[in-house]
Design a protein around this ligand. Structure first.
Ligand SMILES: [Zn+2]
Length: 294
């Protein structure tokens, strides 16, 4: 199996660390970059301000870290749109997306909505698959995208663009967390977004993907299949520990990313185990360390 080629390699995307902090992506959507860059968050978390121009209202998607400079930047965008925040939507429970949801919801007097009741808070709204939210002069579709986490949602705006959170990143690939994440669900979620025929992917981290969103989703599917192939090939000559598999498969990847790579590897092994293709022994079944072909 050949290494899948990332179609973005030939796109004119901004190099890491050079993203504009505030960009009007389309009349409905402005992106505000939070000041929390890291190896896992890339340039930082992208907060999206969504609303029909002239509606006087806007929705925040993934407020991100509860950071005063980030709040000030978001408030400047709201003022520039002459809009007040009427709802805070959250793609998933990770702190780099959800931390500011409750405090900012309180500050703006806006309801928080998410798939997780914990994220939505006591006065929030728990979102369900297929919900269509009439907010800020537009309609936002709720698209379940479990995989990265169990509670992950994407949001489709009327232009056809999809705000994908950490389901798809502007650069590189995403992590299927373990034990919460689920590779089978993740693959189904990629196909679900692909079936929507998105006009653009607005990612939780990294640049917006507008040139050929379907090609990126297909690359993500191929990348997952390739990781499975690598794991099975890595076990062809006998049992391995998870650490040995990660060291072999992610040799080219900075070590700072190996803990995340280990989670994705465990999640993929859980899928292969459920399919009867690998087995483990000698340790906790839910958190295997030694693996062999079944
Ligand atoms: Zn994130």
């Amino acid at each position: 199996m050949d290494v899948p080629a990332d179609p973005r390699a030939s796109w004119a995307l901004p190099p890491p660390g050079t993203m504009d902090p505030v960009v009007d992506l389309e009349p409905l959507v402005t992106r505000v970059l939070a000041p929390n860059p890291s190896s896992m968050t890339l340039d930082g978390t992208n907060t999206y301000v969504v609303g029909a121009p002239g509606s006087g209202q806007a929705v925040l998607v993934d407020p991100g870290p509860d950071d005063p400079a980030h709040l000030a930047a978001v408030e400047r965008v709201l003022a520039g749109r002459d809009a007040r925040c009427v709802a805070v939507l959250v793609t998933h429970h990770h702190g780099d997306h959800a931390e500011a949801a409750l405090p900012w919801g309180e500050r703006f007097g806006a309801q928080v909505a998410a798939a997780s009741a914990v994220v939505a808070g006591p006065r929030g709204r728990v979102l369900e698959a297929g919900d269509r939210l009439g907010l800020a002069g537009t309609t936002i579709g709720v698209v379940p995208t479990p995989g990265h986490t169990g509670d992950h949602l994407a949001f489709r705006v009327e232009s056809g663009a999809v705000l994908v959170g950490d389901h798809v990143l502007g650069r590189g690939t995403s992590v299927v967390t373990h034990p919460e994440g689920d590779v089978v669900a993740y693959l189904e979620s990629l196909r679900r977004v692909l079936d929507l025929g998105p006009s653009a992917l607005y990612c939780g981290h990294g640049p917006e993907l507008t040139e050929n969103p379907a090609a990126v989703l297909e690359y993500y599917l191929a990348h997952r299949a390739y990781r499975e192939h690598q794991l099975l090939a890595g076990l062809a000559n006998g049992p391995r520990t998870v650490a040995e598999l990660v060291a072999a498969i992610y040799a080219e990847v900075p070590r700072a990313l190996w803990p995340a790579a280990t989670q994705s590897t465990r999640a993929t092994l859980a899928k292969l185990h459920a399919e009867g293709r690998v087995e483990w022994w000698g340790t906790d079944e839910d958190d295997p360390d030694r693996v062999r072909l079944a």
